[in-house]
Design a protein around this ligand. Structure first.
Ligand SMILES: [Zn+2]
Ligand SMILES: [Zn+2]
Length: 780
């Protein structure tokens, strides 16, 4: 039997083995806080819910403005040191705005574990830090005194103490996760910022997305569900990413849940309106004849939830490893040029490879060559219905599970697509919300890539054409290893010192699932923080390993340069951790990309290869230590200092000298820095220096070099550039500086005197160019 109690406080003495969950609502509102008498009953604060398990684990769901009250409460009453697990469904304002006011974050005694999806290709940490920039808030994320750990999530499961947490993508205008938390026999689902995939009919849910949604909620003892609108209101809000009370009730009924909390109340709804919506939902539940208790979530409402059925695991895929989607290939079939253009822009924003085709016939013809990871098909094509392409396309590619998103007119949606769609077919009604399409593309790509799918390891499964190699992005060409090419790859490897000791069988095993990638100069091959474990072998060209800084992921400390016959990417394979550094192609570079388990397999059987790899690692470690000590970046701006500039100049200038492609050197003097310090204080002076450093970073390419050369002096070396580029670069620096001064709310105009020198045949040291640039400043 399940019981439902209202308690004033969390249980003092947790009962053993029951797995009850204590829940308190601190914020129930969506979009924006609406304090005042008209919302006193259900509350004006935005989303924040406290959950405690029997073993004392504290979980906080979202960090809207309700988090301020919760933070104070935790500091007053929870046992110290405080350990909090904060789940953020997505980083829209109403779900994170309370974070800068969450007291425990300021306390050195607090351990704060933050879990969230990374959103649109930004890191989650950046999204959280964004709202704490100086223009918005006086304390920066990195200056908070608590110990903060970020964990990026995707669909799957993870555990916190005794609690099993499962996640699933919702249908919203940004990548958004639902959380299902189970402790022993009790399960709670927190499902907010979600729109129905299709409007259900009397016969049930027809869209595979809604069916998946119901399955996710199945058997939950409490469902906290987005219920922002009534059915009538929803007609004008399609594509905004929210549910109706009717839909929330229907899914809770279909999932056999016992209780439903209507959540994410619309800011326009006063208490009377929320109560009216609650009544509609209750009537609907009663009419179904099933026992579903419905209530509108209210601020300060406390619940003690206890279930009677053991929690079930919905899958065996970890939520914590995020496969990168950049470089995945999306086939777009549409006869409308305008639609093709819009989708092309969306895909480019996530570094996806865009493969447009205009009709069914062309799509079928080119599909095997372009090997898509996902297809987006318009419902009406010039040579027939889009739905008629679904089966033939999968058959032609021999991929019955190829994810496909169909686009159709609302009016003809159901008749066009029928109700018997396969689970990997998705439909989106036109006119669609573009962020919603982008969100679905990302959800499908990560779902299709996740490890363990179909029992296969990583992303590669036998019988299914290999997905595009990792990190392929526009500008990189990829080829696959099959038949003859595999033998060719084996020959290439066999001549390299590291692999020379392997027998033919070993080399063939190494390349059995290898692919080849070609990168143009300046291309990012792997990105720090990405979770991928492929190992790269340089066949020709040169790459640079860069330790990114938080402020500027692409410009950082150069740790090493790697050329012919050397490997990179091996650390992630060995440690099972995300990439520790960014790797950028310095020149046109060809690599062989090896599957990590093939590499491990061969490594385990070859002591020579293992020792060779150890040598490389030991050498890199020594070198990196030496470099880091020598080049410790300027603590104020994060840029390399004077000595590092001179050293790196020598290496950077070598390429342009060989290629006769020239360099430009910029010298920047911050005008009136002393006066600024005198009048506004050093805090502002420092901020001016940081702004100049950042402007310089943004104005140059990742293969160039910027340094803080002296107190108020900065230097930048631009490779493969000549006098013709000077004006563009100098203007860009001034533009970025003006932009940053405004963005960062500097109380003073920042000006720099810029001197330029250039050379087609760069001298061996930077001295001459620096002197000329300095003269150039003086003459102005
Ligand atoms: Zn929201
Ligand atoms: Zn939202």
């Amino acid at each position: 039997m399940r019981c439902f109690l209202k308690l004033r406080h969390p249980p003092e003495h947790p009962s053993k083995g029951g797995g009850a969950l204590f829940v308190r609502f601190w914020g129930t509102r969506g979009s924006i806080p609406v304090p005042g008498g008209r919302t006193a009953k259900y509350g004006g604060n935005t989303a924040c819910v406290e959950v405690r398990t029997d073993d004392g684990t504290i979980i906080v769901l979202d960090c809207g403005t309700g988090a301020r009250g919760l933070g104070d409460h935790l500091l007053r009453s929870a046992p110290q040191p405080l350990r909090v697990h904060l789940f953020i469904g997505h980083t829209h304002w109403d779900h994170i705005q309370g974070f800068p006011f969450f007291g425990p974050a300021f306390h050195p005694n607090t351990e704060l574990n933050i879990y969230a999806h990374s959103g649109f290709h930004r890191r989650m940490e950046d999204a959280m830090a964004g709202q704490m920039q100086y223009s918005y808030f006086p304390v920066r994320l990195h200056d908070l005194r608590s110990r903060i750990h970020f964990t990026e999530l995707d669909e799957g499961f993870f555990r916190i103490g005794e609690a099993l947490v499962q996640t699933q993508h919702l249908n919203h205008t940004a990548p958004t996760l639902a959380f299902r938390i189970s402790s022993h026999e009790t399960t709670l689902a927190y499902v907010t910022d979600h729109e129905p995939y299709w409007k259900p009919t009397a016969k049930g849910f027809h869209h595979p997305g809604d069916q998946r949604h119901v399955t996710f909620l199945e058997g939950a003892d409490l469902v906290i569900h987005d219920a922002q609108y009534s059915d009538e209101e929803y007609a004008g809000k399609i594509g905004w990413g929210h549910s109706t009370v009717e839909y929330a009730t229907d899914v809770a009924l279909a999932a056999g849940s016992s209780r439903l909390a209507l959540f994410h109340h619309d800011p326009a709804h006063d208490d009377a309106t929320v109560a009216r919506l609650e009544a509609i939902a209750r009537e609907r539940a009663a009419a179904s004849g099933r026992a579903l208790e419905v209530f509108a979530a209210a601020e300060a409402l406390e619940l003690h939830v206890r279930g009677s059925e053991p929690s079930v695991a919905l899958g065996n895929v970890t939520a914590i490893r995020r496969p990168p989607v950049a470089g995945k290939r999306v086939l777009v079939v549409s006869s409308s040029e305008a639609e093709i253009a819009v989708i092309g822009h969306l895909l480019a924003a996530d570094n996806l490879v865009f493969l447009p085709t205009s009709d069914k016939r062309t799509a079928l013809e080119c599909a095997p060559d372009v090997a898509p990871d996902l297809a987006i098909i318009d419902g009406r094509l010039s040579d027939g219905l889009g739905v008629e392409l679904v089966q033939p396309l999968r058959a032609r590619l021999d991929r019955p599970d190829l994810p496909i998103i169909l686009l159709a007119n609302e009016a003809t949606l159901q008749s066009d697509f029928g109700v018997s769609s396969a689970p990997d077919t998705d439909c989106l009604a036109k006119p669609f919300s573009t962020p919603m399409l982008r969100t679905r593309v990302l959800a499908w790509l990560t779902r299709a890539l996740r490890p363990g799918k179909d029992g296969a390891d990583e992303t590669i499964s036998p019988g299914i054409p290999k997905p595009a190699p990792p990190a392929t992005a526009p500008g990189a060409d990829a080829a696959r290893a099959d038949g003859g090419t595999a033998a060719g790859y084996a020959d290439t490897l066999a001549t390299m010192p590291l692999f020379r000791s392997l027998d033919r069988e070993g080399v063939l095993r190494l390349v059995s699932r290898a692919s080849e990638q070609v990168f143009t100069a300046g291309h990012v091959v792997i990105r720090q923080g990405e979770s991928a474990q492929y190992v790269f072998v340089v066949v020709s060209g040169l790459v640079r390993v860069v330790q990114s800084t938080f402020e500027s992921p692409l410009v950082g400390q150069v740790l090493a340069e790697i050329g012919y016959g050397e490997v990179f990417g091996e650390l992630s394979m060995l440690t099972d951790q995300p990439r520790t550094a960014t790797v950028i192609a310095v020149e046109h570079t060809r690599c062989l990309v090896l599957a990590p388990d093939d590499f491990m397999h061969v490594l385990q059987r070859s002591p020579d290869l293992a020792i060779g790899l150890l040598r490389i690692l030991a050498w890199r470690l020594t070198n990196a230590d030496r470099l880091l000590a020598r080049y410790a970046p300027d603590p104020l701006t994060g840029l390399p200092g004077r000595r590092a500039f001179h050293d790196q100049y020598q290496r950077l200038a070598a390429g342009p000298r060989r290629r006769q492609s020239g360099v430009i050197l910029l010298l920047l003097d911050v005008v009136h820095l002393n006066e600024i310090n005198d009048r506004f204080g050093y805090m502002v002076g420092d901020e001016v220096l940081r702004a100049v450093a950042e402007a310089l970073r943004r104005a140059i390419r990742s293969t160039d070099l910027a340094a803080r050369y002296g107190g108020d002096e900065f230097a930048a070396l631009l490779v493969d550039a000549g006098p013709a580029n000077t004006e563009v670069v100098v203007n860009r620096v001034h533009d970025k500086l003006a932009e940053l001064a405004v963005q960062r709310g500097l109380p003073v105009m920042v000006q720099c005197a810029v001197g330029v020198s250039s050379s087609q045949d760069p001298p061996a040291t930077a001295d001459e160019l620096l002197w000329e640039a300095d003269e150039d400043i003086r003459c102005k």
